[in-house]
Design a protein around this ligand. Structure first.
Ligand SMILES: [Fe+2]
Ligand SMILES: [Fe+2]
Length: 300
């Protein structure tokens, strides 16, 4: 490939200029930014209740406030742990591409992106290690062999965007939730600010990459893209339901709890809500067929 994958769009160039100068103007020192209290109180909400996997479910109704708050603590550690793992993986992919011909036009932006994500990975890990005190293990699966093989970069950046939009759904709500400790709100607020730039970039990049891909794609390849994207979303969503969280919160039969929660009618409402914006974006550009995430249909 002699021309850059993303060289042709004036809109992208304008966006890159704006986002890059915002990154420079808003630059902050994350290592000085946060107030890290020695400990956070156990008897409080560590996560916005409506963002918890047990919220409005049959399982949740069986739990006391104390138990729910324990779940909120470990669910928040799980959420930031997923961020640590997700960021490490996206850094690997962006770093691989930063000075290739295909991404020449965006390499300057990638430098800011990599720097910012490294800092995010640091503050999320710091939170987990201080207050967990641990980082949960990475869930297995999620990035299996990618079909069709000429869509590798398209799907890598689609995964990054899906991950960032899912996280941002949580961050933007928790940043505003007055029930939460100021350290937790601050973590979510700062991440949300940086991610709004990454998401704006990611959407523009996906639009360009997908337009290029679709020009030569067969209908079978487009179906493969649709299925891959939806499988990845479902996998990402299900990784929020970590049996180790329920065990750490002192609940019996953690695997059974996970399965009950995944089968609860609230699950699909929560899933559709968490992915509402990205589903609507991907279906608008034609990368997925519709905005429904239904496991049975996609795995048939
Ligand atoms: Fe981030
Ligand atoms: Fe990001």
């Amino acid at each position: 490939v002699t021309t850059s994958l993303v060289a042709t769009s004036d809109r992208m160039k304008g966006l890159l200029d704006r986002l890059t100068s915002m990154s420079v103007e808003d630059y902050y020192n994350p290592y000085r930014m946060f107030d890290w209290p020695d400990e956070l109180p156990e008897q409080m909400w560590w996560m916005t209740p409506s963002l918890m996997t047990v919220y409005d479910t049959a399982v949740g109704k069986e739990l006391s406030t104390e138990q729910l708050q324990a779940v909120s603590k470990y669910e928040s550690i799980n959420f930031y742990s997923l961020n640590v793992h997700g960021i490490r993986e996206l850094l690997i992919e962006v770093t691989k591409r930063i000075h290739t011909a295909d991404f020449r036009e965006v390499s300057e932006f990638f430098h800011h992106f990599i720097g910012e994500e490294n800092e995010h990975m640091w503050f999320f890990a710091e939170f987990c290690l201080r207050y967990g005190p641990k980082i949960y293990r990475q869930p297995r699966g999620g990035a299996e062999t990618i079909p069709p093989n000429n869509a590798e970069s398209l799907l890598v950046f689609a995964r990054i965007l899906i991950f960032e939009e899912l996280v941002d759904y949580f961050n933007s709500k928790m940043a505003l939730d007055k029930q939460l400790h100021e350290t937790i709100r601050q973590l979510n607020r700062i991440h949300h600010q940086d991610e709004s730039r990454h998401i704006a970039f990611g959407r523009e990049l996906i639009s360009l990459l997908f337009t290029g891909f679709r020009a030569h794609a067969t209908s079978q390849e487009l179906t493969q893209i649709n299925d891959y994207i939806k499988r990845y979303m479902i996998f990402s969503f299900e990784s929020l339901f970590n049996p180790q969280v329920y065990r750490d919160a002192g609940l019996d039969e953690p695997l059974k709890i996970r399965n009950r929660l995944l089968a609860d009618p609230r699950r699909s409402r929560f899933e559709q809500l968490a992915f509402r914006k990205i589903l609507s974006f991907l279906s608008r550009i034609g990368m997925i067929e519709d905005e429904k995430l239904t496991i049975e249909e996609n795995f048939s």
